[in-house]
Structure formats: C-alpha cells, structure tokens
Design a protein around this ligand. Structure first.
Ligand code: HOZ
Length: 438
C-alpha cells in the first residue's frame, strides 16, 4: 500500500530551497532508490514515525548508533540531566574522563583516547597522527571502505560516494590524494606488492575490519591477521576504523571479535549514544604526540561535549552491564532475520546473498559471494531499489542504498523480525517483477 507522504513532500520542497538536495548528508535523499524520502519526526524503540504519521520498523538506527533503540530511556535521562547543567563549556568536564575509562576498558590497547565530534574527524586525525608518528607520507585504504569525508580518504570510497556513482569527489586536489593508495579489500597479494613498491613510505593502513560502507563485507579468514603481520613487519601503523563496528559486533568491537590488535582505533556512533561523537585512541606512546603533549595538532570547541559524553556513558554502561545477554540476543535475532529473508528470496527464485556479522548485515542482489568492491558493485541495484520501495511501503525502513549496512537493535523483538520476514516474503514473491530470477 503506497503511503501518504504529503507532509514529508511539503517539508522536502521547503528544505530543498535552503539545503543542498534538502539533506544534511547525501544518502538521505534516497536518490539511488528512486523514492521519496520520508521526514522523520519521532522514534521509539525499534520504530520511527514520519511527518505524515506513517510508522516504520527501522533497520538503520541512525546508521548503527542506536544499538539500544530509539529514545532509550536511560540515555534520554542522562542527556536531560546533563543539559540542565549547561550544554557546552569549551572546557574540560568530568564526563570525558568517565567515557575515556569505559572506552579503554572495552579496548585495552587504547591507553589514551581523544574525543572529537564525528567519525570523519576521528579518521582524519588518526591519519595525521600516523603520519606524524612514522614521518611517512602514504596511506593505504581499501576500495569501497568509507572513512568519512576528509580529502585524503575520499579515494575510491564507499557509502554515499558509490551510492551516487561519484568517481571521487570534486575539490579533492590531486596533490592531496596522490598519497592515498586504494587497494582491493581482502587481497593480501596486492597489499604486499604495494609495500614493495612504496618501501618505508607507508605511514598507515586504515581499514573497516568489517566493511559497512559497500554493504556489509567481512574480512576473509586470516586477512586481518595478515594486515597485522605485514604492517608490523613494515613499521606501518594499522588503524581499525571501528566507527561502525565498535561496541556493535562485540562489546570490544572487531578487535575483540577477531582477536587482532591494531595500533590506532577510531570510534563513533555508539559511543555518542546517538549524539555527535567520534574518538581516536591507541598506545600512550603514539597518543602523546597529540597537542598539547606533542606536535600533532587537532582541536574542537564541541569535542567532548557534555551532552554527547553523557549519552555515550549511559549507552556504553548498559552494554557493559548486560554484555552477554545483549550481544547473544542481537546475534540470534539478526541471524533469524537475515536467514529468513535469504530463504524467501531463494523460494521466489531471486538471486540474493547475505553477509552478516552480529547485528550488522546486508542482502545483496547478487548470487554471491560478495567479498570486495569488485563483487559488491555487480549487485542488481535496480532490483534492490524495487525491494527497498516495496519494503518501505510495508512499513520496513532499510538503508536506502545497496551499499550501506543495515543494523538491528536490542529494542527489536521476535515479532518485529517475523513481521519483517513476512513482509519480505510478500515483496519478493509479488513485487519484484522484472528482477532477474535465478
Ligand atoms: N554515509 C553514512 C552512512 N555510512 C550516512 C550518514 C547519514 O546520512 O546520516
């Protein structure tokens, strides 16, 4: 049933007059799925509501930030209590140290952490730090990985860049991007070749240990261990960008899940409890290079903002206190959802494969396996768009791009998941006319 969208349409027309594309971040425009984006006015638990009163079961969750669901009561209470004492001081507050303690307990290789306001700032700063520490110029990243929109990292990037089919951002100078080497993910051989070619010149390798920005693509068995061995041998820093995976795929992130310890880690999303936060951290020896202790400069008025710290503390404490219960339930419920929809596609004869790590997953309209950008980019994005639109009309809000991961929260129930599978069964059987069938 098509939804009523008059109010969202009115809001979008107004927004488009004043904001480029009417959005503060490109994927939200729903361009790749050729669909009108609803304007969201409220969220509670696993659900959101748009300006026309349509209700959605949400599998975006602020792009993974809301692991406990929308408007989680303890997080909201913490934000309100912090707000009555003032919203920003541009000075140190006790809550920064409290969140730093929680982060370092979850990620023991992080001895010191610096808070910033976004994942982009975190990765940009981590790279600057790696260059300062190693006194080298080159950065290796992987095709389809997205590490925010800093110039040096907008090279063969995933997320909105591939969603919109932008070859690389206008305005990024060649003089800046020439020091970024983009390699295929999950391929140790090309990595070795790059290290031979740029011997003693590579400052760092930055990777999403579970890629979330070309859809969900996990590292092959042994790949992260190879990254660690090679970077150690070459005295290059290994940076795990755990903005999405930190506190998501396990309490201690991908580092804990796979038992591979990077040099530096970037965090975001969950540690802000839904408010704008990023962080980068690692051993004291490296972090002591950051100003005011050392010569690597990075700063921000809203860094360590007391509301964001309070939200992050509330969320991380709940995850810590109910760790085994929360993560095992997230895993089993996500497995039921992912397998249920994959089976429905099989029954409908639609080639579809799924990747999942814990509560982070993607259904690719591709027979699989999807292991890197070369395979992900062969997905049938037209079929994805059709699936997305029909699911949205059934009240299921998926990421509006084939190349973004979906997330399940602790607020999702067994009934929510069953409702989603049932909706998908109907959509895959009836609304996918024109999709290639296997
Ligand atoms: N590119 C972001 C997720 N990988 C989306 C950010 C947003 O639109 O909020």
């Amino acid at each position: 049933m098509p939804r009523k969208l008059e109010e969202s349409r009115r809001l979008r027309e107004r927004a488009e007059q004043l904001i480029p594309g009417g959005v503060s971040s490109p994927v939200r425009a729903f361009k790749a799925v050729e669909c009108e984006a609803p304007f969201i006015v409220r969220g509670q638990g696993s659900r959101t509501w748009d300006a026309d009163g349509n209700e959605y079961l949400d599998y975006v969750g602020s792009w993974g930030s809301l692991i406990l669901g929308h408007a989680e009561p303890n997080t909201i209470e913490a934000i309100l209590s912090a707000a009555v004492n003032g919203t920003s001081f541009g000075a140190s507050t006790p809550s920064e140290t409290e969140l730093a303690e929680l982060v370092t307990q979850a990620f023991p290789h992080i001895q010191k952490v610096r808070f910033v306001s976004s994942g982009t700032e975190a990765t940009m700063s981590a790279i600057r730090l790696a260059r300062a520490y190693t006194k080298r110029k080159y950065v290796i990243k992987f095709e389809g990985c997205y590490h925010g929109h800093a110039d040096a990292l907008l090279v063969k990037a995933g997320s909105g860049v591939v969603t919109l089919g932008i070859p690389g951002s206008a305005g990024v100078l060649e003089e800046v991007s020439q020091f970024t080497i983009a390699l295929p993910f999950n391929d140790t051989e090309v990595l070795e070749q790059a290290f031979s070619k740029y011997r003693h010149q590579i400052a760092c390798v930055i990777v999403e240990p579970v890629v979330g920005n070309m859809g969900c693509v996990p590292a092959n068995g042994g790949y992260l261990a190879n990254l660690r061995t090679i970077t150690q041998r070459e005295k290059t820093l290994l940076i795990f960008d755990e903005v999405m995976t930190g506190f998501r795929v396990a309490f201690g992130g991908a580092k804990e899940l796979y038992g591979i310890t990077p040099d530096l880690t970037t965090l975001g999303k969950i540690i802000g409890g839904g408010l704008p936060v990023g962080a980068y951290g690692g051993p004291a020896e490296i972090m002591n290079m950051v100003a005011p202790l050392g010569p690597m400069y990075q700063a921000g008025t809203l860094s360590g903002n007391p509301l964001a710290m309070a939200a992050g503390i509330a969320m991380v404490k709940q995850l810590r206190d109910k760790k085994s219960e929360i993560y095992s339930r997230l895993d089993s419920l996500s497995a039921k959802l992912v397998d249920g929809i994959t089976a429905a596609a099989k029954e409908a004869g639609i080639p579809l494969s799924a990747n999942r790590v814990g509560s982070m997953f993607t259904w690719f309209f591709h027979p699989g396996p999807v292991i890197d950008w070369a395979s992900a980019s062969k997905s049938d994005t037209t079929a994805f768009g059709r699936f997305f639109r029909a699911m949205l009309d059934s009240g299921i809000y998926l990421p509006p791009s084939q190349y973004e991961a979906a997330f399940l929260s602790a607020a999702h129930t067994d009934e929510d998941v069953q409702k989603t599978i049932d909706a998908a069964k109907g959509v895959l059987a009836n609304a996918m006319a024109g999709a290639s069938r296997g």
